[in-house]
Each structure stands twice: as C-alpha cells, then as structure tokens.
Write a protein that binds this ligand. Sequence first.
Ligand code: THG
Length: 369
Amino acid sequence: MAGFPIVASRRLRSTPFTERVEAAGLSSYSVYNHMLIPVSFASLTEDCAHLKEHVQIWDVSVERQVEISGPDAHDLVMKLSARDMSQARQGKCYYAPITDGQGGMLNDPIILCLDKNRYWLSIADSDVALWAAGIAEGLGMNATIHEPDVSPLAIQGPKSDDVMAALFGEEIRTLKFFNYAYYDWRGHELLIARSGWSKQGGFEIYLHDSALGTILWDDLWEIGRAYEMRAGCPNLIERIEGGLLSYGNDMTRNDTPLECGLGKYVSLDSAHDFIGKKALKIQAEQGLTKHIMGVKISGPPIAPPANIFSCRSDGREAGIVTSACYSADFDTNLGIAMMSSSISASGDLIDILVGDEWRSAQTSPLPFS
Ligand code: THG
C-alpha cells in the first residue's frame, strides 16, 4: 500500500471540502464511512505540534449523521444505545456505545437529540444505518432512518475560540463542552457543538448543505490567517496520547465497551433496556478477561503500523497493540493495547513484536501523562 493513488467514485465519496483540503497541502487519505478522510498534511509529528499550539480546520465529513426520526425514534435510539438516553435533551451531545446482542461494539457515536422525535447519531466507521433499519424493521417500529446531507467541519486547537468568535460572534465562547446551539452564518442557521476528536479543545460545525462547503471553508480560512491556522485532521499521535479510541482499530465487534474502558457510558444498573445489556451484565458480574490500556514501547521511532503487534509477558501471549506512533512530546513510542486481565495498566513490563524484533515495553493508564 505504498504510493498507490486512491480513486474517488460514487462509492468512495469525496466531501464538500475535498477541493480545499487538497489545495491546502494534503499528503494522505484514509477511508472512513465509505468517504475520504484526510490523515496527514505536513507530517504526523508536525501536524501534531501545530495543533497543540495554534488552530486547525478539519474536514471531518466522514463523521456521517444517521438521522432517526418519527414516532418511535426515541424508543429505537434507546434500544440501540448502551447509554440511557431517557433524559436526553436538546442542546447536548452524548457519547454512547452501540452494541450487538453479545455486547460487542458496533460503533461509538455521539448522539444529538434534535427534538423528542428526531436524533442524529454522529457515527464512527461502521454501517449504523443498516443496523438501525434492521432493528426497526424487526421490531415493527415506526421510524425513518437516513443519512442527511450533513458534513461536520471542525475547528480544533487552543485558538479555536478566537477563530469561531470572529465568524459567529462572541457568544460562542460561552458554549459548554459537548453542548450544541444554532448560530447564524450568512443567513443560514448552523448547528455548532463544542466537541471534536482531539484533546486540544474546539468546535464542530455540522454543515447542512454540501453546496455551502467551500464558502464556509473560505470564511474560516480568511479569519484563520491572523491565528496561523492550517488545514489539519484527526491526528494519530495526539489522539493516542489523549487516549481517544478509534473504532475499527482499537475496538471492534470482538470487544465490549467494558473491555474498552467505556463502562461509564453504559447504563447497566437502571431500567434502561438496550441490545447487548444482558450479555454486558453477565460480563460485569463475571469479570473481564481483557482490557484496554496504554503501552510505552522502547527503541527507535516506529512507523504507524497497518497491522497489530503481538504482546507477550513471561513468554506467554498477553494481548495486542492496536495503534502505535512515535510521540515527540513523550520522547518514546506510544501504543494502545488490548491486554489480558492478568496485565495491569500501572507499569507492568511486557514484550511487543515490532516487525521481526521483540521490544521491551511498559504499560500505562490512558490517557498518557
Ligand atoms: N465528533 C463527531 N462525531 C464523531 C466523532 C467526533 N463520530 C465518530 C467518532 N468521533 C466517535 N468517537 C468519539 C470518541 C470520543 C469522543 C468523541 C467521539 C470524545 N470523548 C471525550 C473524551 O474522551 O475526552 C469525552 C466525552 C464525554 O465524556 O462525554 O470527545 O469526534 N461529531
């Protein structure tokens, strides 16, 4: 997979911002929700340092919205979400695992309650619309499920508030983390949340009309000049340091939210009934056989792996590393690992197979500190 071009089509979708992203110095793409996602510009390390100091504009259109509406929308969302959404209200975002009947992770969306009969599931990389439509059909629920023309554009980094205030007004500074509100822009109402896939702070603008993509990008870009804004994207290094898990990489259907350290977003003790609850209750009672943690890997900088690394402890199989990078700020290689419960996250020594070389490593809690 080195150096071969990837070709967009109706299946591999481009975004309302693709033209601008490419003009702004994109160097590589990945694919997410059947759509192009930028993954690097200058380099992972340079992008990361810039994000921590300034402000970036991110094309995160791949965070597609699965809209669930209709009389049974609330009941369907409740069935799908491991997090109790019975008290969900407008203006708030809810990070919520979606599980299958065995408690396996199917997705980890942010759920927005637009009103009692209308929800957006801002999804990670799996086909939630198919799952939702299947469940609605099977349970005979009256709900409509579709993907609207909504493409999130993120502003991330310490200077995000300044950029956003300049375009949308000073009031946006008071928006709280994981809250959303509507802001006027050129006569359009834009839904904007204080959220984003970094720990540097920022906003996500849920643009509701592809035709406005380049105009919105250009308005933000113009303001960004004064703040050293660059085009960026969710950054592998920054998100590993911060312990943000990537669905499809760090967690799959073979992992439960409890194993992924997402227990606080799973409502097992209330009356809330959802698909997977029974299995998760049993797992909670019996205890976990594996759990997620960080690892610090010794030796020279490693390139982000396309495949997992195997882990050993005392010569025995102990787990897998699912994401890894070299972190300049931590001056070592960092990874996210799914490890046997016999390994603790508080500094256990293990061995990790990087290429054909076993390297010593030390476990760590997430986020790294
Ligand atoms: N923004 C939007 N949609 C998304 C993502 C996003 N969909 C895909 C993916 N990212 C979903 N996964 C996550 C994972 C973590 C967070 C957001 C989305 C996140 N977590 C906070 C943290 O870990 O600090 C805590 C959130 C909370 O406690 O409520 O931000 O990024 N639109």
